[in-house]
Structure formats: structure tokens, C-alpha cells
Design a protein around this ligand. Sequence first.
Ligand SMILES: *Cc1c(COP(=O)(O)O)cnc(C)c1O
Length: 416
Amino acid sequence: MNAPASRWTRADIARLDHEDRLAHLRARFLVPEGVVYLDGNSLGCLPAGVEERIQRLMREEWGNDLIKSWNIHDWIDLPRRVGAKIARLIGAEDNEVVAADSTSVNLYKLLAAALKMRPDRRVILTEADNFPTDNYMMQGLSALVGGVEVRAIARDAITDAIDENVAVVSLTHVNYRTGQIYDMAGVTDAAHRAGALTIWDLSHSAGAVPVYLNEAAADFAVGCGYKFLNGGPGAPAYVFVASRHFDEAISPLWGWLGHAKPFDFSGDYAPGDGIDRFQCGTPALLSLVALDAALDAFDGVEIPALYGKAQRLGDLFLDLVDSELGNSDLEIACPRKADERGSQVSFTHPNAFEIVQALIDRDMIGDYRAPDIARFGLTPIYLRYSDIGRGVELLKDVMDQEAWRDPRYQTRGKVT
Ligand SMILES: *Cc1c(COP(=O)(O)O)cnc(C)c1O
């Protein structure tokens, strides 16, 4: 059977952009000319205000005011101010989130805190297909503490596996390969009924997919600053602790900036109030300032509206692949149903690596995830429908011409 006739013309797609009420948000970013950038879930585009903010930091704050800046420019409270900006995007209260460290390190802090809150239970339950660093942090903690079992199982079996031995269920809200979304409220409820705690990794959700941590009664969460939050390479991550756990949850990393009174320089640790104790050492100010300025791109933006656009971008991508590439051996690896999918589409192909390289060579940036996934992030705040149209044209070209067979595309860099 022949592939069905395309439902979309270029003019149809141009009209979608014309009618897009979020189209003006693209101007808040420096998106490179001529590039179809579908990798905002690895490194978001540069928001327009960041460069000037960093220059001001350089000239006035670091350059001139130097050490005084901790007080006069309030560097010291910046982790909390940035945390509050993120809180509004993930359904948390301003005082429940702090920007700090990396996602990996923050997850470690929360896993240890959760285990301490459930001393009679020694199982960390997670998905085998979780992002590797998450599971490595669990394995490392288990190797250190002893007696702690990491149970990493199939996604569909998670809810039934939450029993009286499970201290904490630690999951990533949107799967990095397939884009599948967990029912956060449902899993959290199942965990609570069994007496377990939950940690949600929001790395592939925050900034594109609605998250309602408090509505879901989530206990803990972490996430990245450099993906859909566009905070820049290596941007600080964040930690969420539900305020009802403020007294009981203790970070295992007793750094001085998590101390109740760091500048007392007292000999003994005393945990800071609430979320403050989840800070550790001195924050990377340059990166933190960049993230702070980057988050202003979300001013006045409703995440559900962004997600609606992400869903339509994804539907368009899959529709076009069905009609234009129906005869290729690309298999759709993400949910077809938009509300089961995060802000990405993905495909499996035995030569996914080479395909992605050939696309990058044609200025369509996606990424390859081992062993066989070609993944395309759909950042709704700056992408146009016509980017998707152009992207699928390039993909069709690479597949029809088998351009990926060129030996150049087999060379693997350290980062894929
Ligand atoms: C991107 C990502 C990370 C990255 O962690 P870092 O500590 O920032 O390197 C962790 N977990 C998930 C689920 C991710 O998607």
C-alpha cells in the first residue's frame, strides 16, 4: 500500500504559525538563523536577556563591587529567588524550591533524606529505564549505606510493586527516551497508601509540561536548569521539598550554606530552615545569574498553554512522518496520544545515530540516545510549526536518499 497523501501543505503549516498566539515568545530567544533546533531538552536556546545580565554581573558586581556583592546585590539569597521562579512553573510554593548543585547531586540528597525518614524500610523503587544518572545515584547510595536495595523494574509494574518495604519511589516524570509521562498524582497516591515517599525528577518536564507538585501531594522533586528552563550549559539544578517535610527532611551533605547560621562559623552543624538546608557549598554565581535571567523568558507565560502547543507540534511531526515517511523503517517510539507524551517525539531505527548525524549536518539538531533512539525535543516557547515542517522535509530527504550511509556520519564524538 502507498503512503497516504499528505494532509499538510506548507501553506497550511504557515497558517498555524500565523494563528499561533504564542508565536511572539520566540523573540525572547536568540535562535540561530536557518537552524531547526529540536534539542532544547538537552540544552535550551539562549534567552535574549541573559548576555546583558551577565555583562552587568561582570562589570558592576564581580568587576567593581567584588565581595560586597554578596550583600549589596543579594547574591546570597539568589538560590532562593531562582528557586521561587522555578516553583511557579512546577506547582510549588516559593519557599519550597532552591536552586543548587546538579540534578544528580540533588537526587542523592533527597534519596538519603527519604531513607532517613523511613528507617524501617530499605527499598528504593525505580524504573529500569530511568535516566542512568538517577539510578547510578541510587546504586552509589546503596553501596555506601549497606542494606539498601535498589529495585529497578519495568515501568508498568511500578504501582503494584510499592509494598511495605519501599521507603521511596524515585521516578522521572517524563521519560528521556520515549517521552512517556507518569501519572504523578496516581503514583504518589499509591506510594502514600503504602507508606512510601516519592521523588520526582522533572528534568524533562519543567518549562514545557505542566507539573502540579503540591496538587499531587508530591514529597520531593529535582530537575535540570539547562533543558526546557534554558538556563545555559551546566546551569544549576533545583530541589523541591514539600513544606510538611521541612522539619524531618535532612540533607546528607552538611555544607555551611545549608547551616542555620553560616556566618557564625560555629564548630557544629545545625540545619538551616526549610529548603535552605538543601544548599551545600557556595553557588556557581555566573551560572546562577544566567539561570535567573533566563527564567524571565517565562514571565506571563502559562505552562498549560505552552504544553498545548508542544502537543500540537508533536502531533504535526507524527502526522507528517506518517504521511511522508510511512514507508521508511523509522518506528515511532513515543506515545501517539498527545496527553501521554511529554514535549518531544522519538523514533527507533537501527541506524539512529547516523541519521541524527546526517540531520545535524543539514542544520536540523536532534539527538541520539543509545541504543537506537532518534529524539527530537519540541520546545514550545520558541519553536514554530514551520520548523517541524522543515525538519520533516530534511528527515525525509535523509531517509529517501539514504544519506545517513555516508561514512562521515559514523564517527562518534564523546558526547552524542
Ligand atoms: C538530564 C537529566 C539529568 C542530568 O543530571 P545532571 O546531574 O545535570 O548531569 C538527570 N536526570 C534526568 C532524568 C535527566 O533527564
